[in-house]
Design a protein around this ligand. Sequence first.
Ligand code: UDX
Length: 439
Amino acid sequence: MDLCIIGSGYVGLVSGACFAEVGHHVVCVDNDQRKVEMLQAGKIPIYEPGLEDLVHRNVASKRLRFTNSIEDGVDNSEVIFIAVPTPPQTDGSVDLTYIEKVAREIAGVLKPGAYRVIVDKSTVPVKTGERVEATIKRYNKDAEFAVVSNPEFLREGCAVPDLMNPDRVVIGSSSNRATDLMKRVYEPFKAPILVTDVNSAELIKHAANSFLSLKISYINAVAAICEASGADVEMVADGIGMDKRIGRNFLNAGIGYGGSCFPKDVKAFIAIARQLGTPFALLEEVEEINAMQLTRFIDKIRESLWVLKDKKLAVWGMTFKPDTDDVRNSVAIELINRLAAEGAHVTAYDPKGAEKAVEWKLIDPTKVTLAATPLEAVAGAEALIIATEWHEFANQDFAAVNASMHTPLVFDGRNLFDPSTMREFGFTYHAVGRPAPAR
Ligand code: UDX
């Protein structure tokens, strides 16, 4: 099929590459000319395992191309996906100006007699599809089209496998013709397809992400009880998670959830519920617990080191989770900045995220030192803090790490290490929700 994706960010670019990989002809549109030129030159603006190969292969086989012209995309495609940003506003509600602008632009280039399916892939509040449809009709009375909601559930860091093997594909549509075309788009993926009305599909995305955030806050609240009682949250999570009705996924205690989805989507869902007159106080508690989690972790560091000012601290991890270079809304970055604000001398290391943290001015390189290796970061440190659970951190030479540190003290904010192994290496090891080391 001929498909167009408007917006070449995480969702748009990975979706475009995966649609091409299964045999569709895809044109990715972006209004950022620099990004389009980069992509045309084979350069990928984001780090996502497997994406570069996928893009190169499909560009070479002429199934994937990039343009800045919406008209080109809309003229040559029967299904048009909208994958533009839907950033949060200061009150937590979703800024839909990019969606509205794209809807108008599509309306401006839709030709009479050429039926098109306009698919919203961006995360949007319930009832946005109705607005998109009304907008296109307002600006183009003759257009023949249907608006469909098709939320995307990919996770950063495993976006390609998530897209190639989704748990489910949700198609929100009130038109049989559009639903049939959407089923053909997804036919090669062999995934379970759930067809709903447009409003339900839109709601599924916010409800799913909020529920996952709730799971994380739930286990983090349990972790606090574990710390107070001497229980081990990892064992508790295993015990809870073995119940198939609950499941072990997203029950990893830590310093809280971050990234560009969960914090924003929980806030948006709270705002949507409030606007609809059905307040969702439970989600406000989810946010509260998430915020407290980092504060409690820093309190724990302070409890051991007393005054943080002038203490040399090593932090491993800057990205909001492993296997990505994304540092936006990263709890690790907030941790680093809060330690630095207390006057600690922080040396941070991250396998992928350091450059972007500086480029996007999320950390101040005059206040935070960046190390080229994990070992370099710990040299002379009075404590090592794990902020992101990168796999490479688990495979360090811990005898060398210990020898290099001023004091062998570890605060593991992601429960990455086995406590007994760390203690065998001579570390005083603190984790989240796990029994504290003997004093
Ligand atoms: C999420 C959803 O998983 C995905 O379906 C949706 O499309 C976009 O939002 P993503 O933000 O890429 O994906 O990351 P995810 O792996 O879900 O992790 C989000 C945050 O939760 C990270 O900061 C992670 O460290 C944290 N997390 C996750 C926990 O603290 N504990 C867990 O058990 C799982």
